[in-house]
Design a protein around this ligand. Structure first.
Ligand code: TPP
Ligand code: MG
Length: 611
């Protein structure tokens, strides 16, 4: 018999032995024993971060793991507290981020002598739907084995969150520490991708397809980052000259100043993306499933003649939406390494046609960027969001900040206007397209990289979802800078109402909230900016304050980015676009400026009609 501990102690020791060194939690009476054990052990080897809300705790863990590539854990109580995690855990599931989500659950057998609580529900069933693996501890001895298994499952194949339910009474039950005797160093599951090798015959087939292509395109998803293939990909692109763009989740898989990058993610590249998917004849799709916001990889936006080489670690993702000529189940990094070697063996030289094709797309990218900057830097009566994104993007690059993005149009502006960003430098917790992860994600990013500063660019609507976590930032004195693009609107939805419902705005105007005052209340350095020339000085004062800071930038409610037109085509699938309403919308919004309308028409022509 070894030393006696209780279930809470077992949970703590299992996490420590498996290398989990960041736990994001919210206090609760049911999880109390676990949190007390974690708190007592907190120190150099374990950081325990207490959030104000469970959804925020899970969003912090998501961003922490994205940046650090170390699996972190979320620990919350039962019932509503546990449910509050679900949205953020689902986001991580969609983004393929491995997380260990733990919550306390009701005891298996209700005590009917006491009474029946009508609020009991199938908590495990809820998490089962949104995690890649889940389990429930039945006896106290289950706890360490489930933690070890759960961590291993979270990184096996397609990565993602796992969930464990622990009945509250087990946390207090006594157990034997000798349970760990068999757990050696080698058993420790790591955030290490499984290096599944491709079938060599399929690598040869991929070479054949590429050699026959005249207009190849590389389209990458989050799988590139999960397999740690960023450097291999960059070298492969440099060598072959194949133009590249990304899915929403794949943003950051390739440096945005790579000579083959045509812009993105997805439609944020505007006409360059549309031309690429309209004319490509062979697409090397790496770790991506072709979701709705990428146009599903099929007509009408993509051309129907494309030969896809579709590579993914998870066979269920391959051929989802597209019918690949070469379906390859493999780790992306390993596949790319073997593909490059096979091309070399076949004496690959970049064909002239590939060079012309890349130049065609890069010229479109350049023209678009010049047009975007010209529009953003005109003398508008209110700050243009593109100007804000561009000024901030330059600062992110100069000061080597990490960037977190949250919002509707705000996120599009950031993607369209921000200058070069390196892999892993920016995090857009896109997952289920759920707003509000920005503030907690900034906390997770900052904790993962204490040596660099994080800037959060958020929409005002998004800011309102997790504003309470300003307290977590202030409490820990994290040097996070928040910039609110405050257009007093849910603008991505509002601008759709301009064109679809002829300016009949319902529920999308937000009040003019003074976020600087709110942040001051939490102890932040904070100020409001209303003129474009004030953006950079305000940023510099925020940076120089050294601590938590917020800049509330009042921007133009009537403005919207052209790329949102492409998103609307798939996002609002099923909503009939009535041409009469469209024209009425243009007419009724004429006071916003016909120059803008002309820009939109140019976008539609360049993206959907020309080429
Ligand atoms: C949790 C959640 N609720 C609603 C939506 C739908 N939605 C998408 S964009 C958007 C508006 C976002 O407003 P804001 O953050 O101010 O960004 P803006 O579009 O104004 O730049 C909304 C409500 C969503 N994506 N997620
Ligand atoms: Mg807004």
């Amino acid at each position: 018999m070894g030393e006696q501990v209780n279930g809470a102690g077992l949970l703590l020791q299992a996490m420590l032995r498996c290398g989990v060194d960041h736990v994001f939690a919210v206090e609760s009476e049911a999880a109390g024993p676990a949190l007390a054990a974690l708190d007592a052990a907190a120190g150099d080897d374990l950081e325990v971060v207490k959030a104000r809300d469970e959804i925020a705790a899970a969003a912090m863990a998501d961003a922490f793991t994205f940046r650090s590539k170390k699996i972190s854990a979320v620990v919350t109580g039962s019932g509503g507290r546990s449910l509050a995690q679900v949205s953020a855990v689902t986001n991580a599931w969609a983004d393929k981020i491995p997380l260990l989500s733990i919550s306390v659950c009701d005891d298996d057998a209700p005590d009917f002598n006491k009474g029946v609580d009508r609020r009991r529900f199938d908590q495990t069933g809820v998490f089962r739907a949104v995690t890649k693996w889940h389990a429930r501890a039945e006896v106290v001895e289950d706890i360490p084995a489930l933690i070890i298994k759960g961590l291993a499952e979270s990184v096996r194949g397609r990565m993602g969150p796992v969930h464990i339910d622990i009945p509250a009474r087990l946390l207090r039950e006594a157990a034997d520490v000798d349970l760990f005797a068999g757990l050696t160093e080698g058993a420790r599951p790591a955030f290490a991708p499984r290096r599944l090798r491709p079938d060599p015959a399929l690598v040869e087939k991929a070479v054949d397809e590429l050699f026959q292509a005249r207009r190849p395109l590389c389209f990458i998803g989050a799988g590139v980052m999960r397999s740690g293939a960023e450097a291999t990909l960059a070298a492969f692109l440099t060598k072959t000259g194949i133009p590249v763009t990304t899915s929403m989740a794949g943003m950051g898989g390739v440096s945005s100043d790579h000579e083959c990058f045509i812009g993105g993610p997805s439609y944020a590249a505007g006409e360059a993306f549309h031309r690429a998917i309209k004319k490509a004849d062979c697409v090397l799709a790496l770790g991506t499933a072709f979701g709705g916001l990428e146009g599903f990889g099929k007509p009408p936006l993509w051309n129907g003649r494309i030969k896809f080489i579709h590579v993914d670690i998870d066979p269920l993702q391959i051929g989802l939406n597209v019918s690949p000529a070469v379906p390859v189940q493999a780790d992306v990094n390993t596949f790319l390494t073997e593909l490059a070697a096979a091309m070399e063996r076949h004496n690959f030289r970049t064909p002239a046609a590939w060079g012309e094709w890349r130049s065609e797309l890069l010229a479109l990218k350049k023209g678009r960027y010049a047009r975007l900057l010209k529009e953003a830097y005109r003398d508008w009566p209110a700050i243009h969001q593109g100007r804000l994104a561009h000024e901030l993007g330059k600062k992110v690059a100069q000061d080597d900040l990490l960037m977190v993005i949250d919002g509707g149009n705000t996120a599009l502006y950031a993607a369209m206007y921000a200058p070069p960003l390196k892999p892993g430098q920016s995090f857009f917790p896109y997952g289920m397209a759920a707003l509000g992860a920005g503030v907690p994600a900034a906390v997770g990013m900052q904790l993962a990289s204490p040596e660099r500063r994080v800037m959060l660019c958020t929409g005002d609507g998004s800011m309102l979802y997790n504003v309470q976590e300003l307290e977590t930032i202030a409490d820990r004195g994290l040097p996070i800078m928040i910039v609110v693009n405050n257009d007093s609107a849910w603008n991505m939805i509002r601008c759709a109402q301009t064109s679809m419902y002829a300016c009949n705005y319902i529920g999308t105007d937000l009040p003019d909230i003074d976020y600087a005052q709110i942040a001051k209340g939490f102890g932040f350095h904070a100020e409001t900016v209303t003129r474009a020339a004030e953006i950079v000085p305000a940023y510099e004062r925020a940076r120089d304050s050294g601590g938590p800071a917020l800049v509330n930038v009042v921007t133009d409610k009537t403005n919207y980015p052209d790329a949102v037109i492409s998103f609307a085509l798939v996002e609002f699938d099923g909503v009939e676009l009535d041409p009469g309403n469209l024209l009425k919308g243009f007419w009724r919004s004429r006071s916003d400026g016909f120059a803008r309308a002309a820009e939109r028409v140019a976008y539609i022509y360049k993206s959907f009609i020309s080429g």
